[in-house]
Design a protein around this ligand. Structure first.
Ligand SMILES: [Mg+2]
Length: 367
């Protein structure tokens, strides 16, 4: 089999209701890049890279795919994903294998694995080496909302996630003084009761001293994990934080490549490893990161949801959670994900099951 063509679409979404975490404001600019790799076997591999808040990011990734990656992939056999990865890293060395360059490499890798699943007639988790056919889900629902001083919107969002059947919710902290965090955590825990879990995510808001000070309170309150309290690059600070606290430290969504994770993990700076399939480097790299975590006895939970993350988690014995938004409403993909008893069921179509609906692309395509 040979890759014969590479196509991309740039998507742009209209501004929606504003929401925020400790350091990011969402709801204004967002978009994405769709990648399709065609083959001489008549199989097309898909990948979709979405951007929650960067206006120019998708077009940069599109340019890297079209101008740097396309010439390299045409004529190549998609049955060698790790060789292709090595060649893409080498070819894009000048801009580096981090940042938006890695988003593009990751999209190519994901599309290649989609081709391999389709060629085998199997959902990707089965060609990766399946461990489970369902994975526990948690809902990222506890955002900061505008004009929400009484937390009524926050409480509605948490209640809706529990009503939908999620066994755990994640809430944002760290945007305001600790008293405000406590108010949010207590409200969520009151709704969770004893059976369900609440995770907190501070999105890099703190320095080490503040991360320790607030972390002691979060663990005392009974939060399940404490996510990305400090800038991700400071692995020494993460190691110190993890030593100081008993609550599991979750981080990784802003790390690029297995080398960054290997350093963080070797320093014991993380308990729950959270690779993002765009930044970490696609399926090939993500699976190796999860394996490094397994070798250190650490759990893995995806940053982000959707079919690609579900497939990879289903192939790892140390996977504990897939992150998710609500599964209600019309999906953007042809194959829908379903949750039963708080677990997301394995996608069963051959490939990745993440092909976007044609009408969704038509509606949001730029140009
Ligand atoms: Mg996070």
């Amino acid at each position: 089999m040979q890759i014969t063509a590479l196509e991309t679409d740039l998507l742009r979404f209209p501004p929606g209701k504003p929401f925020a975490d400790a350091i990011h404001n969402f709801g204004a600019e967002s978009g994405g890049v769709v990648l399709r790799l065609h083959t001489d076997a008549g199989i097309t591999g898909w990948a979709y890279s979405s951007f929650g808040m960067i206006a120019g990011g998708p077009s940069v990734v599109q340019t890297i795919l079209e101008q740097e990656i396309k010439p390299l992939l045409i004529g190549k056999d998609p049955a060698f994903p790790k060789r292709l990865r090595a060649e893409l890293w080498k070819a894009t060395e000048y801009q580096g294998v981090a940042g938006l360059g890695q988003f593009a490499i990751a999209a190519a890798d994901i599309a290649v694995w989609d081709i391999l699943g389709k060629a085998a007639g199997l959902p990707v988790y089965k060609i990766l080496g399946a461990y489970a056919d369902r994975v526990p889900a948690y809902s990222m629902c506890g955002w900061y909302f505008e004009g929400d001083g009484d937390l009524s919107q926050f409480k509605r969002a948490v209640a809706a996630a529990f009503e939908e059947g999620f066994p755990a919710v994640k809430i944002k902290v760290g945007r305001a003084p600790l008293d405000d965090d406590i108010r949010r955590i207590e409200a969520a825990l009151a709704m969770a009761g004893k059976e369900r879990r609440v995770m907190v995510d501070a999105n890099q808001a703190f320095n080490l001293n503040e991360a320790i000070r607030r972390g002691r309170v979060y663990q005392q309150l009974g939060c399940y994990w404490y996510e990305e309290p400090m800038p991700p690059y400071d692995h020494v600070a993460y190691a110190e934080l993890a030593r100081e606290l008993d609550i599991p430290i979750a981080t990784g969504e802003n790390e690029y490549t297995k080398y960054a994770y290997a350093d963080l993990i070797a320093r014991h700076g993380v308990d729950i490893v959270q690779p993002d399939n765009r930044r970490s480097g696609g399926v090939s790299e993500w699976m190796e990161i999860a394996a490094i975590a397994a070798g250190f006895g650490l759990d893995v939970a995806s940053h982000g949801g959707g079919a690609t993350n579900v497939h990879m988690l289903l192939a790892m014995p140390n996977a504990i959670y897939v992150e998710s938004g609500s599964l209600k409403g019309e999906p953007s993909t042809l194959e829908e994900l379903h949750m039963r008893d708080g677990r997301i069921l394995a996608p069963e179509l051959p490939g990745m099951g993440s092909e976007l609906r044609p009408d969704f692309i038509r509606q949001h395509k730029v140009g």
